[in-house]
Design a protein around this ligand. Structure first.
Ligand SMILES: Cc1cc2nc3c(=O)[nH]c(=O)nc-3n(C[C@H](O)[C@H](O)[C@H](O)COP(=O)(O)OP(=O)(O)OC[C@H]3O[C@@H](n4cnc5c(N)ncnc54)[C@H](O)[C@@H]3O)c2cc1C
Length: 475
């Protein structure tokens, strides 16, 4: 059932201006509102224009905006950098977009406790720039680290290239200040590495996609910066051989690879063309990009040699070693830019984010190849194979009309999701459900799970004003 929200009137705009300042409210100016109508989802069908954008500077201002939203009945959608891939920051019910770009200060960097406390609008990549000089690093960052904000990462519980060894964002969030949907300021955790007093609300908030609260301060745990790191680029004749090697690499005696990224030929080719780069992909059907890091060069050498040999034993015809920062960055830049490369090729594509238990990933790829043959469609794949997380990306067959593409995409995605769930997987490993996969969530997940989430949402946001239309239907 579609909900209705109060339209943003001149009176509400005046009240918002009184809270955040005239300069920081955008209203009645479509050109300036348009960038807040979408995130990085390629299909323009998921875009919705906000009626108004506010750019607060403090938690108190955000709390006042939320109190006003409850009093007047308008919707508020929090936004980070807008790099999301599930439409989470899109104002599905119009209303107000609350941009967090002005909350961009580093509040506290505590070397002794190995923590850093930030406002949500800090660009994720900046964290490592600050702490590296002290031999520390933040390991939870996603591939979009040069653009995304730490607040958006916490809201999505973003994962990244190093998740095989270091885990995802949530492992590092130990403190949060949150403005609740009703406009209270809630403090959770702090600098503690252990704390079992009460429910673990930090875990509940992390990954809540801006539907349960707006983060205004985030305390992250830091790790010792590895002293040595090496990347391997293993070239395989086919996708099947490359992906079949992944579970084997997880079992090299005593070694946890830092990253195992998978890229098929179509993905590498698209990113190389987009960046005007070249790596030797012509003969390879697919590649694995594997990172090893550790306390010494000797340790890393032993590890990468073992992993390289295993790749050769399991079908790789070439393994390149990138043991300096420039070469490593060249390869990782190609991997990081694959989504953008597909996006500029055509909006008629859908970046998916399925995740299966890592040993099932060869069966997932086999299934996707069968779906490609059945529909005569290209579904290039890349992703964090070591975590079982694949960005399968159906791309429209150029022979299809728009209507055919829409109808076929539905069927293709249904087949991908059914297979994913049958293998014990989930439809999103890191990008979130957002607006884009809300209907699918309802179809493939247990009603008891959905009902528990609805109960939590209604308890914290009884007027349903915070980021409505996301993850599930509140009813
Ligand atoms: C090229 C590219 C590569 C990517 N690679 C990865 C990857 O490796 N791993 C990965 O996980 N994702 C990846 N993403 C997706 C995206 O970058 C992440 O989801 C990121 O965490 C979004 O951050 P953002 O600041 O852009 O958030 P937005 O897109 O602005 O918002 C995302 C969600 O967070 C909510 N939100 C934002 N700020 C707050 C806040 N302060 N409080 C509460 N809620 C908030 C929004 O309401 C929305 O639901 C990639 C995207 C691109 C374009």
């Amino acid at each position: 059932m579609a909900r209705t929200y109060a339209p943003i009137t001149a009176e509400i705009v005046a009240e918002l201006r009184a809270i955040v300042g005239d300069k920081y409210v955008i209203f009645g100016d479509d050109e300036r509102l348009e960038p807040f109508s979408h995130d990085e989802v390629a299909d323009p069908a998921y875009a919705t224009m906000p009626e108004c954008v506010v750019r607060p500077e403090t938690a108190e201002q955000i709390a006042a905006v939320m109190k006003l939203a409850n009093a007047r009945g308008f919707a508020v959608t929090p936004r980070g950098a807008g790099s999301g891939l599930s439409g989470g920051a899109v104002p599905a019910f119009k209303g107000v977009v609350l941009a967090t770009d002005r909350l961009n200060r580093v509040i506290d960097y505590d070397r002794d406790n190995m923590t850093i406390t930030l406002e949500p609008g800090v660009v994720t990549n900046e964290v490592n720039g600050i702490v590296a000089k002290d031999g520390l690093f933040y390991a939870g960052y996603p591939m979009s680290m040069e653009t995304c904000y730490i607040g958006g990462n916490v809201a999505e519980n973003a994962g990244g290239g190093k998740a095989v060894k270091y885990g995802v964002t949530g492992r590092y969030v130990i403190g949060l200040e949150v403005v609740t949907p009703q406009g209270e300021i809630l403090n959770l955790g702090g600098k503690l590495l252990k704390d079992v007093a009460g429910y673990n609300l930090i875990s509940l908030m992390t990954g809540s996609e801006g539907t349960l609260g707006i983060f205004t301060k985030i305390t992250l745990r830091l790790m010792p910066l590895p002293r040595a790191a090496v990347d391997l680029l293993a070239l395989f004749p086919t996708t099947t051989e490359a992906i079949a090697a992944v579970p084997k690499l997880m079992m090299v005696g005593g070694v946890i690879p830092t990253a195992i990224e998978f890229m098929d030929k179509t993905s590498v080719k698209a990113a190389c063309a987009y960046l005007n780069e070249s790596i030797p992909y012509e003969k390879a059907g697919a590649m694995l990009l594997i990172t090893c890091d550790g306390a010494s060069e000797q340790q890393v050498e032993t590890e990468y040699e073992a992993i390289g040999e295993l790749c050769l034993k399991h079908g790789a015809f070439e393994v390149y070693v990138a043991d300096n920062a420039t070469t490593s960055e060249r390869i990782w830049r190609i991997r990081r830019n694959i989504p953008e490369a597909f996006k500029v090729q055509s909006p008629k594509q859908s970046v998916e984010d399925i995740v299966v238990p890592s040993a099932s990933i060869p069966r997932m790829v086999e299934g996707i190849e069968a779906i490609m043959a059945k529909y005569d469609v290209s579904i290039p794949c890349y992703g964090h194979a070591g975590d079982g997380n694949l960005h399968a990306t159906p791309v429209a067959n150029p022979k299809w009309s728009d209507a055919e593409w829409k109808a076929k995409l539905k069927e293709i995605l249904a087949e991908i999701y059914v297979l994913t769930r049958a293998l014990g997987g989930s439809i999103s490993g890191e990008h979130g459900i957002g607006h884009k996969r809300r209907a699918v969530m309802e179809r493939y997940y247990d009603p008891v799970f959905l009902e528990a989430m609805r109960a939590i949402k209604k308890a914290l946001d009884p007027n349903l004003v915070l980021n409505p239309g996301k993850i599930f239907d509140v009813g």
